[in-house]
Design a protein around this ligand. Structure first.
Ligand code: ATP
Ligand code: MG
Length: 394
């Protein structure tokens, strides 16, 4: 009786001719995640993936690792036998149940599937016969075909797979199957969630963080590094670009009307983010903005920020309420880190009464006062520190 993991894909299954490409990315991502746990063989077979342990392994550890990969609908720990011989299947089902459960006081139903329609029994007959065999072996079990506590699955293909545990995956598409984008990652709640949402659709992520040292502390930067590590559990390794932003912020503070500070700052952030995006072949920017959340996210402010961008800007949280964002933040394990009370660049250089309906014309007039902004942007880009981020385990 060999144990292995059966992976069922979600939306990937709908892909046509390109499907092999998505499958290969998915296999890469799975390999990447389980590599630290030992030796495994990852292979595809008839529209499914299998992760076969070639070493001692802990089922929960393997499940938890695979569960973090986008593009998976379900993961089933299965026992596999190299035959479709019906007596062997019946006996293996009993051995499987003995291994899988500690007490036998539940109701069950057998679900059968056969790939070969010429198999000598149909699915109904397989269910009935295996069910009867289970009842013969475990007096305390009962059948319930409507709402069973447990379903025992028998899938007869070239080999036979038996399982009863079905673990839900994250859905989405494998990272790397849909290009690359640059996430503007602050230390807040929203941007890590925005990165997660875009990565879920198969987009590989890099990140850029605008650092206002010494107005913000080393701890504030470390918090962003920690958030990057948390999201990289799902997105895979990423490059965090730490941009020295203080010189630019001080110049804006000195020369521009204070009620326009945030918008001007955000327009410059976008331009620098684009420069870094281009250098790592990212095709879009990603932010954690949501309509109306703060003054810099009114529809007028978003339009003013967007006006400088040449790349598409993805704002996956645009229609979310804060609580909905918090719920996802908690689910992905970022919330505790996001709420640590370290100052960020926007809280340091913040105006008491920021404009909520900026006019682009007036913003541009103010920006003209920043006569050496191009040189400052060049310096910020050139002096950017790139940190390679690997997933953190807790
Ligand atoms: P968050 O919770 O992600 O910090 P927020 O609600 O505080 O977002 P803003 O401060 O207005 O909103 O920022 C909006 C978006 O701009 C953020 O979601 C993020 O994508 C980007 N951003 C803001 N500050 C920075 C920064 N210091 N470095 C990188 N990106 C930033
Ligand atoms: Mg913020």
């Amino acid at each position: 009786m060999k144990r292995t993991f059966l992976i069922k894909y979600g939306e990937l299954a709908l892909k046509g001719k390109n499907r092999y490409m998505f499958e290969n990315k998915l296999m890469d991502q799975i390999r990447h995640r389980i590599d630290p746990l030992g030796k495994f063989k990852v292979q595809k077979e008839q529209g499914r993936l299998f992760v076969e342990p070639l070493c001692e392994f802990n089922e929960d550890e393997v499940l938890n690792a695979i569960k973090e990969v986008f593009g998976i609908a379900y993961i089933c720990p299965v026992v596999m036998i190299d035959t479709d011989d019906f007596d062997t299947i019946k006996d293996t089902t009993i051995a499987f149940l003995k291994e899988q459960y500690e007490s036998f006081d539940f109701t069950f139903k057998v679900e059968a599937r056969r790939a070969n329609k010429n198999y000598f029994m149909n699915s109904m007959e397989i269910c009935r016969d295996v069910g009867a065999h289970i009842l013969d072996n475990f007096e305390s079990l009962k059948v319930d075909v409507r709402t069973p506590d447990e379903r025992v699955w028998i899938e007869i293909r070239d080999r036979t797979y038996i399982y009863s545990k079905v673990v839900k995956g994250l859905g989405g598409m494998p990272v790397g199957s849909n290009g690359r984008a640059m996430l503007l990652l602050s230390g807040g709640i929203d941007s890590p969630v925005a990165g997660y949402m875009v990565a879920k659709r198969g987009v590989a992520i890099d990140a850029v963080y605008f650092n206002s040292h010494p107005y913000t502390s080393e701890r504030a930067k470390q918090k962003v590094v920690d958030l990057a590590k948390i999201i990289s559990r799902k997105t895979g390794p990423l490059r965090l670009h730490v941009v020295p932003f203080t010189e630019i912020q001080l110049a804006i503070y000195e020369k521009c009307p204070h009620e326009q500070l945030t918008i001007i700052m955000r327009r410059i952030m976008m331009q620098i983010a684009e420069r870094h995006a281009e250098s790592v072949k990212s095709l879009a920017l990603v932010t954690g903005e949501a309509i109306g959340q703060v003054a810099s996210q009114t529809i007028q402010s978003l339009a003013a920020t967007n006006e400088v961008c040449t790349l598409p800007v993805f704002r996956p949280l645009i229609g979310f309420d804060k609580q909905e964002i918090v719920d996802i933040s908690e689910k992905i394990g970022a919330f505790e880190t996001s709420i640590l009370p370290y100052e960020d660049c926007c809280t340091v250089f913040v105006a008491k009464h920021p404009v909520t309906k900026p006019s682009i014309k007036s913003i541009k007039r103010s920006e003209e006062k920043l006569t050496d902004i191009e040189e400052m942007i060049d310096r910020a880009v050139n002096d950017t520190q790139v940190i390679k981020i690997k997933p953190s385990r807790d």
